[in-house]
Write a protein that binds this ligand. Structure first.
Ligand SMILES: Cc1cc2nc3c(=O)[nH]c(=O)nc-3n(C[C@H](O)[C@H](O)[C@H](O)COP(=O)(O)OP(=O)(O)OC[C@H]3O[C@@H](n4cnc5c(N)ncnc54)[C@H](O)[C@@H]3O)c2cc1C
Length: 396
């Protein structure tokens, strides 16, 4: 039995305390079954809205979203992003009062899953824009900041990006060196530093940037909205990547950027906490994308196994092929279950789902590796030929 779960309609969970966590409890030896049983599911109205969104996306994507062509061209898919904007999908999770559709994280993840069936680059572009790039404004922005930026973000006129990583600080993100110094005379934060691997970097008009600041005599990280039009903001060349070739990934350079006082997000000094909380949603949506890619690989592998004949029969009749397909199915079912268990927890609004989100990302992306590997093996020699889609579905 499933519990109906209302849409949050974009309700911000800013600063919400995290009184309970299923996984953290488990690590301390407590099994909080009440948090995960019964498995949550969307209510009827939300499901119907999502069905319509997915239907309109699919009918567009079948005609217009050729992931293979986008990857071969290895350039940002301007036309497709413009059309996604026209479909309203670049504002899917932005609340209605700021011009978006106000859908929940569950609906958003279902769309990410669907986009990844067609094109992982496009999925990454949408994920960076909605999942992490604009999320900080949604969660921690003041009403004035939301009114100022979210309508353009929701329309897709202002593409958003999230800038945490630096050349010398990756996993150890808290060691970042970008610094913003308060200039009392000009009443601006003067920002200097450089960010690395920024998704949507070459195209974004708005960056959520994390920088060191001196707050009350202490060295603390704060979060800022930095727009491309500010003097001293520039981006580097496009990275030539192993996959996701249509998405933009660049450095971001910040040279004496005068960041207005009103661009500080939330409370000064709480930027690192914000950065991690934003990633909770980013991680689970990436996991949803990996589930979508895995499902696509399963479909392709099953079709191939049914049509390819060896030893006078379809290879689908061989036990070892069936074993691979069974492993692909069970792994993907488990990953999908984790993703939507996590989004269900996220939508409760009173639960800490940070560990569940990180686990979803690991399990879904590692499962996707196995699924793609099996699909390549099932395709035999064809699995090694670029014309087939397998290479594009290997997760990064
Ligand atoms: C395509 C792409 C898009 C990206 N988009 C963005 C973006 O939009 N915004 C952004 O801010 N960043 C982005 N990133 C950066 C990404 O978040 C970092 O690459 C990631 O955080 C890892 O940092 P790193 O590359 O410096 O690896 P490192 O931190 O140098 O890690 C190298 C290896 O060491 C391991 N390692 C590190 N610490 C430990 C430890 N304590 N114990 C065991 N193993 C450890 C890591 O798991 C990894 O295997 C993107 C990266 C890529 C490739």
């Amino acid at each position: 039995m499933a519990t109906p779960m209302p849409e949050t309609k974009g309700k911000a969970r800013a600063g919400a305390a995290a009184p309970a966590s299923f996984m953290k409890s488990l690590f301390s030896g407590r099994l909080e079954t009440g948090l995960v049983f019964p498995y949550t599911r969307q209510d009827g109205e939300s499901r119907e809205t999502l069905r319509l969104v997915l239907e309109s996306f699919r009918s567009w994507a079948r005609e217009r979203l050729d992931g293979g062509a986008i990857d071969r061209a290895a350039v940002f898919p301007e036309a497709q992003v413009r059309e996604l904007k026209e479909l309203g999908l670049l504002g899917l999770t932005i609340p209605e009062e700021y011009g978006g559709a106000g859908l929940s994280i569950t609906s958003y993840c279902r769309l990410m899953e669907e986009i990844c069936h067609y094109c992982a680059s496009t999925c990454t572009i949408v994920g960076a824009h909605l999942g992490i790039g604009s999320k900080g404004i949604l969660l921690y922005g003041s009403e004035a900041q939301k009114k100022r930026w979210l309508p353009a973000v929701a329309k897709g006129d202002l593409l958003a990006a999230y800038a945490l990583t630096e050349p010398a600080s990756g996993s150890d993100a808290a060691s970042l060196k970008t610094r913003a110094v308060w200039d009392e005379a000009r009443r601006v934060w003067v920002m200097n530093g450089g960010k690395r691997f920024i998704t949507n970097g070459g195209k974004a008009g708005l960056f959520t940037v994390f920088a060191r600041t001196e707050i009350g005599g202490e060295d603390r990280i704060s979060a800022f909205v930095v727009t491309r039009d500010l003097p001293g903001v520039s981006t580097g060349k496009e990275e030539d990547k192993l996959g996701l070739k249509g998405s933009s990934t660049t450095d971001l350079y910040l040279e004496n950027v005068p960041v207005p006082k009103d661009n500080l997000l939330g409370e000064p000094g709480r930027g690192f906490k914000y950065a991690m909380e934003i990633l909770n949603d980013g991680r689970v949506s990436l996991a949803a994308g990996a589930v979508g890619g895995s499902k696509e690989m399963i479909d392709r592998a099953v079709d191939y196994a049914k049509q390819r004949r060896q030893f006078d029969r379809p290879i689908a009749e061989f036990e070892m092929i069936r074993d691979k397909i069974a492993e692909m199915m069970t792994g993907t079912y488990a990953a999908e279950s984790m993703v939507y268990l996590t989004t269900g927890l996220a939508e409760r609004g009173d639960v800490d789902y940070s560990i569940e989100s990180a686990l979803s990302k690991i399990v879904s992306s590692e499962n996707a590796w196995r699924v793609v590997n099996h699909a390549v093996q099932i395709a035999g020699g064809n699995g090694f030929i670029k014309e087939y889609p397998y290479e594009r579905y290997a997760p990064s």
